[in-house]
Ligand binder design. Sequence first.
Ligand code: IMP
Ligand code: MG
Length: 175
Amino acid sequence: MAQPGGRVLVTREELAQRVGELGRAVARDYAEANPLLVCVLKGAVVFFADLIRAVDIPLTTDFISVASYGGGSASSGVVKIASDLSITIENRDVILIEDIIDSGRTISYLKRNMETRHPKSLRICALLDKVERRQVEVDLDYVGFTIPNVFIVGYGMDHGGLYRNLPYLAALDGA
Ligand code: IMP
Ligand code: MG
């Protein structure tokens, strides 16, 4: 169905269902841990907001912003932290919350960076896994949906800064 952003790939109802399942899985795995859920800005912000409300245990949140040099719709692999965490993660059970894993470069960089800070544990939760595009191997602990090689917008994800507010996931035409 054509909608703003393009063809709808995942509806808001399907998103709510799957994010609920992910939240229950995290709650089960971290029941006594007071995990620190880290939102990778900006793309993960909508997913993060829904996910944390589906994790029915005590938890803490923080935010990190990464910039990938090169711009455009493909990541160059050169990543830098544009805005860092506000708290220390040493000895914390940390879960990085990402919107989409494409080449894998951004999340690999972040994972290595976080490991230097000595968390007690570190896991990755991604809403979307574009597995065909992987260049760098990375273990994902929680995945919402595995998707084909199409450019996704909506539910936090953008193209040129637009479409983040769409409540569904769409495959952008011609991107
Ligand atoms: P990677 O470093 O190649 O894995 O790229 C990861 C980042 O690129 C994601 O966190 C997104 O910000 C962005 N990205 C990759 N694919 C898409 C897409 O289909 N739509 C929107 N953003 C994307
Ligand atoms: Mg991102």
